[in-house]
Design a protein around this ligand. Structure first.
Ligand SMILES: Cc1ncc(COP(=O)(O)O)c(C=O)c1O
Length: 442
């Protein structure tokens, strides 16, 4: 048994982790002076790079000006300004923002909000939630119940509300054995079928990641997938929550990932990069019409939280947006993301164990297979992605792990660097991944 010194209940109980000492730009340094390229921005969070003075100053100034202010007692400028800034960038109609600390929290609140909107519109029988298999929405009980990754649920099933799930738009391993475009997005039509079977009068919400991130490793859905989903939701009066906790805030080369598809959800959730990873900040954004439904009926969303609408976190979020704007980093992601994708495809796709390379902007997935022809995955018990991840970490490159892509088996690495990564650094990174794959599998 591994002895774990100290008093922290750490996230990992199977390893003693290096002590971080400094993080600047796209690099993290440990206390022994070893440098790591943060090619995943932690958990796909750090977007403007580490150690941003502008964000530090904004937080400092906000604390000295007014720090904790309870959101039912005062309004605060930084929160007002952040909401206004997000509303300008968000798809039309998404106009009202409610702030929290984590992505799971934002998703749970969104699920509650959808239910309350239905009640206030006189549709009390609508309460059930549909999610997608393999999705990830967070690990608190409500978000865990919504998600479709069963490995995270196994100890907690008796505590979880049973929700409904449909297959994900995962073309590499289509649940229907079909091929795009002749499939006619069968995976989207599965929503219609599920709603019809369950009874449209009972369904409140459909929740999905706009572009799945860690769950199926940056698998970009077919063009008409989300438009079909929106049509089905509208037809059955089911409210659509798009989870952009990972793929929002410029990560895929658009401020909001749903802009790629020209769709507008009823509720959109954000987190992770919303304050560049510097402060714990998340949010939902909702259409003005739904906001008015709540305001003009019960007059209160039955929700809250001690740290909701936190002015210091909001100041960090505002500073982050200013950086992204001033340095045109979202546009940079769009352009440089293509280069990163080309490099990954060129160097990795020829490898025997790389089944697929896919993604958008600075969110790319490398799916690892045992047999490229049959797409047979490695058994989960072999912990292939963990081994690759460790080997890359040892060399000083931080990536992100994904598993369970084919049932419980299947592995992928996600590459999602901060938006400031340079061309040379992208090349170094891809070469390091290639050599690590070759060494690991030989
Ligand atoms: C798409 C998505 N939604 C929600 C979450 C949960 O966010 P948090 O870990 O901040 O609760 C995550 C976290 O990885 C995520 O990727």
């Amino acid at each position: 048994m591994l002895e774990i010194p100290g008093n922290v209940f750490p996230r990992r109980l199977d390893a003693l982790l290096p002590m971080a000492k400094k993080a600047q730009g796209i690099y993290i340094e440990d206390e022994n002076g070893k440098q790591y390229m943060d090619a995943s921005g932690g958990a796909i969070v750090v977007n403007a790079g580490h150690g941003r003075k502008k964000i530090a100053k904004a937080i400092y100034d906000q604390i000295l000006s007014h720090d904790y202010i309870h959101p039912t007692m005062f309004a605060t400028k930084s929160v007002e300004m952040l909401a206004a800034s997000l509303a300008k960038k968000a798809p039309r109609e998404i106009n009202r923002f409610y702030f929290f600390s984590g992505g799971s929290e934002a998703n749970e609140a969104a699920i509650k909000l959808a239910r309350q909107i239905h009640i206030e519109n006189g549709n009390e029988t609508k309460y059930r939630l549909i999610g997608r298999w393999k999705s990830y929405h967070g690990l608190t009980l409500g978000s865990l119940a919504a998600m479709g990754r069963t490995s995270f649920k196994k100890y907690f099933t008796p505590l979880l509300k049973e929700n409904l799930h449909i297959p994900a738009p995962y073309c590499y391993r289509c649940s229907f054995g079909l091929t795009y475009p002749s499939c006619k997005v069968r995976c989207a039509m599965a929503l219609d079928e599920m709603i019809e079977n369950a009874g449209p009068q009972t369904i409140s919400t459909f929740i999905a990641e706009t572009i799945p991130g860690a769950s199926i490793a940056a698998c970009f859905p077919p063009d008409e997938y989300l438009q079909t989903i929106v049509r089905i939701c509208d037809h059955h009066n089911v409210l659509l929550i798009l989870d952009e906790v990972m793929c929002g805030m410029g990560r895929t080369g658009e401020w909001f990932a749903c802009n790629h598809f020209d769709v507008v959800p009823d509720i959109l959730t954000l987190g992770k990069g919303l304050a560049g990873g510097v402060m714990a900040l998340s949010a939902f954004g909702v259409k003005e019409t739904h906001f008015n439904t709540i305001k003009d009926n019960s007059g209160a969303f039955m929700h809250g939280g001690t740290f909701s609408h936190h002015p210091v976190a909001a100041a960090a979020g505002l500073a982050l947006i200013e950086i992204l704007e001033q340095e045109k980093l979202v546009f940079r992601v769009k352009i440089k993301g293509e280069k990163l994708g080309d490099l990954l495809k060129k160097h990795l796709l020829p490898l025997a164990q790389v089944g697929d390379v896919r993604g958008k902007g600075f969110m790319w997935g490398i799916e690892i297979v045992k047999d490229k022809k049959t797409k047979q995955p490695f058994k989960r018990s072999l912990k292939i992605v963990e081994g690759l991840w460790d080997a890359l970490f040892e060399k000083g490159y931080i990536t992100y792990k994904s598993s369970g892509l084919a049932g419980v088996d299947g592995d992928a690495l996600v590459i999602s660097p901060p938006y400031i990564i340079g061309d040379d650094e992208m090349e170094m990174l891809v070469k390091a991944i290639k050599s690590t794959f070759i060494e690991f599998f030989n």
